[in-house]
Each structure stands twice: as structure tokens, then as C-alpha cells.
Design a protein around this ligand. Structure first.
Ligand SMILES: *[C@@H]1O[C@H](CO)[C@@H](O)[C@H](O)[C@H]1NC(C)=O
Ligand SMILES: *[C@@H]1O[C@H](CO)[C@@H](O)[C@H](O)[C@H]1NC(C)=O
Ligand SMILES: *[C@@H]1O[C@H](CO)[C@@H](O)[C@H](O)[C@H]1NC(C)=O
Ligand SMILES: *[C@@H]1O[C@H](CO)[C@@H](O)[C@H](O)[C@H]1NC(C)=O
Ligand SMILES: *[C@@H]1O[C@H](CO)[C@@H](O)[C@H](O)[C@H]1NC(C)=O
Ligand SMILES: *[C@@H]1O[C@H](CO)[C@@H](O)[C@H](O)[C@H]1NC(C)=O
Ligand SMILES: *[C@@H]1O[C@H](CO)[C@@H](O)[C@H](O)[C@H]1NC(C)=O
Ligand SMILES: *[C@@H]1O[C@H](CO)[C@@H](O)[C@H](O)[C@H]1NC(C)=O
Ligand SMILES: *[C@@H]1O[C@H](CO)[C@@H](O)[C@H](O)[C@H]1NC(C)=O
Length: 747
């Protein structure tokens, strides 16, 4: 990023957010009131916007004042919050976390005094957040309270640019009504509450199992109003949805001469639920709808942003690879956007270029991006930059501004995992070598564990050199558990740092899935590579040793068992140890089967597998963050009048993902209730099948067909019957687990 020609663009775009406030530090002060009520008078915030020549990087200075306060000066709201976060996490060992929530109220009464000021300067102007699909995998059923925690988490970690997809169904529905489509036509297009992200991408259309209720649409819209207001307070510029062009099939009833194209079928969804129709961007109706769509949001939300997210070809191949065609599509899309908002910046997830790289050759990428004549009118998200970066091969997206993003996981899958080198070294390579990089961002498909890996990139945004992960892990652990003296705890983390969190063999390049979450089979599960790799990329013995250190630390300081971070991590690490050992028991079972062992031997070995899953379920059940129930309860509560439909959506997404298992197990989770009543049951059926079927007659298709019937029924259950009983204490559950599985835990 040698010369930032986009400076003016950057400032005017960010500048939109701060305007309507009386006191420029009001948002920061409100956050302190919310999270640190005991310290409302302990901080002094001074906003000092840069003057003179244009400076795009944020900076802050934190110091102690003579009268015992902590003074934070910063160039923007985001800089102030980043300074506050730096102080709280590194000096007061308190932070706010995914799942665990805010521990900031644990900040000591007497705030640590600083001997020397702490200074920070961002190396990129933007810290970006969210993937379109995160809104379905993670926040589909969130309440305002969940959002509040999330937004504070983001703001404190320096995020200043974020997708804001919530409530957009109201915009779609109103716009479609306005052009004359009726409710039935609109409903046939809109997807269920857990699948809206792919509806927005034009991958799917319509819903299975029910229709999205308008009352929910209205509530989501109210939620969006609150979210946008809070983002503004916290110095986060929202990226609002633009009209991508996908429309209900009956659009030609209202516009008989409209020019349309049909998207390809997506992931086996067929022509009814997929193959979305879209308006060709050169048709004037595209611009008409774009204007309607954007102006409607400006009326409802105010002039809150000029950033618009718009993806037409995400996992949807264009009709033609002809270069003129591609240029024409993007040129007209851009022109329509500019007609609706003259300051518009078109934000695009560049995922298509890596997921379908055989189609998206360099000349096609160049044609598509080249259709937009003004570089600063676009912003590309290099979505999976830690593993499949696109910026080098596209010569920095042919000059368009872009953001280096970490994806890290698919479908919110769970498994300890990291690529510490790629996140620190390669992101900074980009800063040094690309003229048009403007930010770092997180584009996880789902918010899972591994929080340290996401923190690492957001902190890298404030470090001019690749972060030294040794020091970083140490400091992170101190903040994590709220103490300076965390020797024992650090030992466990330090074992995982160069191993579990340092994958450098990118044949597996994202969070691994465990075979226990896949449809049972005698072959094809182990050693998978690629997206949902099942290969364990480290020596599993390391995981056991690290677990042992973590557990020992708790035995030496029993108060840790009441520490929410420790509770979370202990369950998470125990989960990983048990999950890893599943493979050995699976191999034993299949080995016996292949050797035509007796049904008794098969059942004995199979029982071991199923019992392991029951133990895993009991461990997970001790912590609400590892339970299926909250996911379902939130879904039901989010629309009481359609609670069963919402529960069906919640269950379907994490299991069959589609009415007939179109992308089965894609978004699998290791949650209590799911492991115990779904995976354990599947494996039990598999054991039964093996015990009664000779190897010569083994038929995976037949087994799976029968299983699918049962899986479908599971997905239709409603939780008047709770899926897992109340949580018990982690220590007593572990006592039992360790006795039964002493070989696994090497005790
Ligand atoms: C922002 O920080 C980066 C990395 O330290 C530096 O290369 C760049 O010159 C800075 N930009 C400005 C405008 O100060
Ligand atoms: C689409 O329009 C036709 C009439 O042109 C109508 O018969 C049909 O019911 C409509 N489809 C939907 C889903 O409303
Ligand atoms: C919205 O803000 C931009 C500055 O980014 C300004 O140019 C424009 O006039 C504003 N529009 C309205 C309607 O206030
Ligand atoms: C795009 O293609 C359409 C249809 O062929 C044509 O009418 C239009 O002039 C083209 N526009 C541009 C900017 O090339
Ligand atoms: C990731 O880091 C490894 C070294 O740890 C390096 O060999 C590899 O090229 C990097 N990959 C990417 C995609 O940056
Ligand atoms: C990560 O692994 C690579 C390759 O094995 C090694 O060269 C590097 O030193 C490791 N990095 C850390 C921080 O452990
Ligand atoms: C990388 O991992 C794959 C398995 O996923 C393995 O086959 C290969 O040998 C490994 N490569 C290196 C250099 O270790
Ligand atoms: C068992 O047999 C299947 C089918 O022949 C084979 O694919 C698989 O690798 C074998 N597994 C073991 C553990 O021997
Ligand atoms: C396996 O089962 C499927 C579905 O029941 C059936 O269509 C197929 O013929 C069977 N294959 C063999 C080799 O028996």
C-alpha cells in the first residue's frame, strides 16, 4: 500500500457515520456505561480527527493522567475504542468474548496506572467484518441482546466496516410489491429464516417446510434499525445490501418485455428451489429496481453509508464467459448503482474467483472488474486470503481497492485449528506489496471457537510487522482468563501454538470436520483433504498433552472452574481430545468388519464408538455454548407464531441442509443434543447394519437411503421434548469421562 489514491474516497465514506452526534465521544462513553458501569468516571476520551494532509490510518494514545484517570486520544471513534480495548485487555486483563460474553465488569476497581503511554497505529484504514453467510450460520436467530454483545466485541477490536444484512427482506418485499408482484409470487421466491443468505446470493429460491412470516420480517427490520444506530455510535460504517437482480419468477407477468437470465442449478437443489431468475443489468428495469431498493433504505435508515454489497455470481456461473458480456454486466450494474447513489461503492465478495477458478481465468476477472471504469467505486473482499488468495494472480484486483480476509471455517464447523503464519506473515506481505489493499477482515462462515485466530488478524491490523505469536499467545491467555499469573494455562496454549494453530500444509486449509459428523460409511471418511478436510493435521498426542496442562491448571487453582473462559476452553479441548480418538475406534470397527468378524465382535467395537459419542455429549452438555437447545430455543422464540417452522429450519441447516439432504452435514456442529440424539443414533444404525450385512452385500446407497428417512424425521421433531437435560457440573462429568476413557486421556 505505497500510495493510497483512494484517500479522499476513504475519508468521505467513513465520515458519513460520525455526523449526527452531539458529543463525538458519546458512543464510546455509552459503551463504557454498558460494559464497565463501575468505571464511567475513570476514562477521558478525546477525539482528534487528523488535520492537514489526508491520513487514512487510525491512531490512538492511552495514558494515565495526574488525577488518576485513563486518557484515550484517538483520530476516530474506532481508534478510541481500539485504544480502550488495548488498555483493558493488556493492562487490566479483561475482555469481551464470543460465546462467553463480556468479562469487562471484572476490570479491577483500581485501574492499573500506565508508566508510559501506549500508542497504536493501524496499518490499514479498514477493519472489516462478516461474510454474507454468517448471517445465516451464526446470527439467524439472534436477539438484540446478542447483537449488542457482538457489536461491542467488533467495535472494541477495531472493526470499522461491516455488512448489515439484517431486515433486508422488508426492502425486497416492499420493492417487489411496488412493481406489482403479489404476496404469493413474492413468497414463492423468499427462503426460510436459516437460508436467507443463499437466497440473497441467488443460489436458492423459495422455502421448504413453510413460508417466512411477515411478522418476523418486520421484527428483523426493527432490529436492523437498532443495529445501524449502534454501528453509527460505535464508528462502524455499515455496508447495506444493494439489489442483486434476482427476482421472483413471475416478474415477467408485471414486465412482459423484461430481459432475464437463469442462474445454474446450485448444489443439487433442482430447478424449483434453485436456478434463480435475474434481470440482465442492461435492462432498464434493473436500474429502476436498484434505485427503488437503495432509495428505500436511504429513506428508512438515513444517509448512513455509501457502501453497497452486491454479488451476482457467487457460486453462480455467468451465462457466458465472453469478455464483452462480462464487461457489459459489470458496467451496467455499476451504472445502475451510481444512478441510485452517486457516491456508491460496490462491495463484492471475491469468493467466486477462488471457488470457481477454472471459469474465472485472469482475463475474465479483468473483464468483469474492468467494466467498472472508476477503481474507487469498487471494494473487493479477498475472502479466503489465508489459503486461496486471489490478489497476487489478479495483480491486486487490477487496481480496485480490496481487503485481505480470513475465512477460517466452513459452515461454522468446530475443531481447534489455525494458520498463524498465513494470518500474520501473508497479510503483511499484502500490505507491503499491493498498491490497492485498504483493509483486513474476518469472513468466517460461522463464528465458532478458535477465537484467538480471529483476534490475531484484527490485532495484526495494528502491527507494522508480523506479530510474534509467542508473546501474542501469552498476552491473549492473560486477558482470556483475567490474570497475569497464568503459567499453567499458558503451557497448554503454548503446546498448541506451533502445532494445532500452525498448520502449514494447505492440503487441508480450514477448520477440519470430524468423521463423526459425516454419514457413516466403511470408506471415504478418513484422510479427506480440501474444504472439509478430515485429516488431523497435527499429532493428536499433542492435543492430549495440552489438554492435560489445562486440566491440571484447574486442579491447582480450583477457582478456575468458576471462570467462564476456563469452563468454555476446558469443554472445547476435552471435546477435541474425544473427537480425535473417535478415529481409532472407527478404524477398529471397520477393520473387524472387513475381516468378516462375528456380529458379536462388530457390536462390541461398535458399542465403543457409540459410548464415546454419549460421553462427548455429556461433556458438551455442561456448557450452554456447546448445546443444541439454545440454537433451537432462539429459533422458536424468534417467531412464536411459526415456532415449529423455525425449529425445522434450525435443525435442517445443521443436518440435511436442504429438503432431501442436498448438502448434508455441511454445517454440522459438535453440540450436546446433536451428538447424543443424531450422530450417536446414526452410528448405532451403522453398527446394526454392519452386524447384519455380509461385506459382500455392503451397499452404502441402500444404507444411506434408509438413514435419510430417519434423519428427515429427526429434523421434523419439535422440542416440546427437550433434546438434552439440564447441564451438570463439568468437574463431575469429567470425573466419570476420565475413568471410562483413561486410555484416551492417557491417565
Ligand atoms: C498506514 O500504515 C502502513 C503500514 O504501516 C504504511 O505503510 C502507510 O504508509 C500508512 N499510511 C498512511 C497514509 O499513513
Ligand atoms: C404467476 O403468474 C401466473 C399468471 O401469469 C399465475 O397463474 C401464477 O399463479 C403465478 N405464480 C405464482 C407463484 O404466484
Ligand atoms: C449523504 O452523504 C454524502 C456524503 O457522503 C453527501 O454527499 C450527500 O449529499 C448526502 N445525502 C443526503 C441526502 O443527505
Ligand atoms: C450491453 O449489452 C446490451 C445488450 O446486448 C446492449 O444493448 C448494450 O448496449 C450493452 N452495453 C454496453 C455498455 O456495452
Ligand atoms: C501459508 O504459509 C506457509 C508457510 O507457513 C506458506 O508456505 C504458504 O505459501 C502460505 N500460503 C498462502 C496461501 O499464503
Ligand atoms: C510453523 O510450522 C512451520 C513448518 O513446520 C515452521 O517452520 C514454523 O517455525 C512454525 N511456526 C511456529 C510459530 O511455530
Ligand atoms: C500434506 O498433507 C497431506 C495429507 O493431507 C499429505 O499427504 C502430504 O504428504 C503432506 N505434505 C507434507 C509436505 O507434509
Ligand atoms: C474396508 O473395506 C473397504 C471396502 O473394500 C475399504 O474401502 C476400506 O479401506 C477398508 N477399511 C479398512 C480399515 O480396512
Ligand atoms: C444398492 O442399493 C440401491 C438402493 O437400494 C440399489 O438401487 C442398488 O441396486 C444396490 N446395489 C447393488 C450392487 O446391489
Amino acid at each position: 500500500m505505497r500510495v493510497l489514491k483512494s484517500c479522499v474516497w476513504l475519508l468521505s465514506a467513513v465520515g458519513v457515520a460520525a455526523s449526527s452526534y452531539q458529543s463525538p465521544t458519546e458512543g464510546v462513553e455509552s459503551l463504557v456505561k454498558r460494559r464497565l458501569p463501575q468505571h464511567v468516571d475513570s476514562f477521558e476520551f478525546v477525539l482528534e480527527p487528523p488535520h492537514g494532509s489526508v491520513v487514512v490510518n487510525d491512531s490512538y494514545t492511552v495514558s494515565s493522567t495526574k488525577n488518576g484517570k485513563v486518557r484515550i486520544e484517538g483520530t476516530t471513534t474506532s481508534a478510541l475504542l481500539s485504544g480502550l480495548h488495548k488498555y483493558l485487555s493488556s493492562e487490566a486483563n479483561a475482555d469481551i468474548w464470543w460465546f462467553i460474553g463480556s468479562q469487562l465488569d471484572q476490570t479491577p476497581k483500581n485501574l492499573p496506572k500506565l508508566r508510559a503511554p501506549i500508542k497504536g497505529s493501524s496499518v490499514v484504514p479498514y477493519r472489516y467484518y462478516w461474510n454474507t453467510v454468517t448471517t445465516s450460520y451464526t446470527s439467524a436467530f439472534w436477539t438484540w441482546e446478542d447483537w449488542e454483545t457482538q457489536l461491542d466485541w467488533m467495535a472494541l477490536r477495531g472493526v470499522n466496516l461491516a455488512l448489515a444484512w439484517i431486515g433486508v427482506e422488508k426492502i425486497f418485499i416492499d420493492a417487489f410489491h411496488e412493481i406489482g408482484l403479489n404476496d404469493e409470487e413474492i413468497d414463492s421466491f423468499i427462503s426460510g429464516p436459516a437460508f436467507l443468505a443463499w437466497n440473497h446470493f441467488g443460489n436458492i429460491q423459495g422455502s421448504w417446510g413453510g413460508t417466512l412470516p411477515r411478522s418476523w420480517v418486520d421484527e428483523q427490520f426493527s432490529l436492523q434499525l437498532k443495529i445501524l444506530k449502534r454501528m453509527e455510535e460505535l464508528g462502524i460504517t455499515p455496508i447495506l445490501p444493494a439489489f442483486p437482480g434476482f427476482v421472483p419468477r413471475n416478474i415477467s407477468r408485471v414486465f412482459p418485455d423484461i430481459s432475464l437470465s437463469t442462474s445454474p442449478i446450485w448444489s443439487n437443489f433442482g430447478t424449483t428451489l434453485s436456478a434463480d431468475i435475474y434481470i440482465n443489468p442492461f435492462d432498464p428495469r434493473f436500474a429502476q429496481l436498484q434505485k427503488l431498493f437503495i432509495n428505500k433504505q436511504q429513506e428508512l435508515y438515513g444517509n448512513v453509508t455509501n457502501f453497497w454489497t452486491l454479488d451476482q455470481f457467487n457460486e453462480n456461473r455467468p451465462l457466458s464467459g465472453d469478455l464483452d458480456y462480462l464487461r457489459n454486466v459489470s458496467h451496467n450494474t455499476w451504472a445502475a448503482l451510481k444512478a441510485a447513489d452517486p457516491e456508491a461503492v460496490w462491495v463484492m465478495q471475491a469468493w467466486l474467483f477462488s471457488s470457481d477458478s477454472s471459469f474465472w481465468t485472469n482475463d475474465r476477472v479483468e473483464a468483469l472488474l474492468g467494466g467498472v471504469p472508476v477503481n474507487q467505486d469498487m471494494l473487493l473482499l479477498d475472502l479466503f486470503a489465508e489459503s486461496a488468495p486471489q490478489w497476487q494472480r489478479t495483480d491486486s484486483f487490477y487496481g480496485k481497492p480490496w481487503i485481505w480476509c480470513e475465512l477460517h471455517n466452513y459452515g461454522g464447523n468446530m475443531g481447534l485449528y489455525g494458520q498463524i503464519e498465513n494470518v500474520t506473515i501473508n497479510s503483511m506481505d499484502a500490505v507491503r506489496n499491493s498498491d490497492s489493499i485498504v483493509g483486513f477482515g474476518l469472513t468466517m462462515e460461522g463464528q465458532e471457537g478458535n477465537e484467538i485466530m480471529y483476534d490475531l488478524l484484527l490485532d495484526q491490523a495494528w502491527s507494522p510487522k508480523p506479530i510474534d505469536t509467542d508473546t501474542y499467545f501469552h498476552d491473549w491467555v492473560s486477558a482470556r482468563y483475567g490474570a497475569k499469573n497464568v503459567k499453567g494455562l499458558y503451557k497448554g496454549w503454548e503446546m498448541l501454538r506451533p502445532t494445532v494453530f500452525n498448520n502449514t500444509n494447505l492440503t487441508v486449509n480450514a477448520v477440519q470436520k470430524s468423521i463423526l459428523e459425516l454419514t457413516p460409511s466403511i470408506s471415504g471418511l478418513l484422510g479427506r483433504t480440501g474444504r472439509h478436510g478430515t485429516t488431523i493435521m497435527y499429532d493428536p498426542a499433542v492435543m492430549v498433552e495440552a489438554w492435560s496442562e489445562l486440566f491440571k491448571a484447574g486442579l491447582q487453582d480450583l477457582t478456575l472452574f468458576n471462570n467462564p473462559s476456563y469452563q468454555y476452553d476446558l469443554v472445547d479441548w476435552t471435546r477435541q481430545v474425544l473427537v480425535n480418538s473417535f478415529e481409532d475406534h472407527y478404524k477398529d470397527l471397520v477393520d473387524a468388519y472387513n475381516k468378516s468378524s462375528s456380529p458379536t465382535v462388530i457390536r462390541t467395537r461398535g458399542a465403543k464408538l457409540v459410548t464415546l459419542l454419549k460421553t462427548l455429549d455429556a461433556v458438551l452438555a455442561t456448557n450452554k455454548n456447546f448445546q443444541l437447545t439454545p440454537w433451537i430455543d432462539r429459533a422458536r422464540a424468534s417467531s412464536p407464531s411459526s415456532a415449529n417452522f423455525f425449529e425445522f429450519n434450525a435443525r435442517n441447516q445443521i443436518t440435511l441442509w436442504g429438503p432431501q439432504g442436498q448438502i448434508e452435514d455441511y454445517a454440522s456442529k459438535q453440540w450436546a443434543g446433536l451428538v447424543g440424539t443424531y450422530y450417536a443414533e446414526r452410528w448405532q444404525q451403522f453398527v446394526d447394519y454392519l452386524a447384519t450385512t455380509k461385506p459382500a452385500n455392503y451397499n452404502q446407497t441402500a444404507f444411506h437411503e434408509k438413514l435419510l428417512v430417519w434423519e428427515t424425521k429427526w429434523g421434523q421433531q419439535t422440542s416440546t421434548r427437550k433434546v438434552n437435560a439440564g447441564a451438570s457440573d463439568i468437574r463431575s462429568v469429567l470425573d466419570v469421562a476420565l475413568k471410562s476413557w483413561s486410555d484416551v486421556f492417557q491417565l
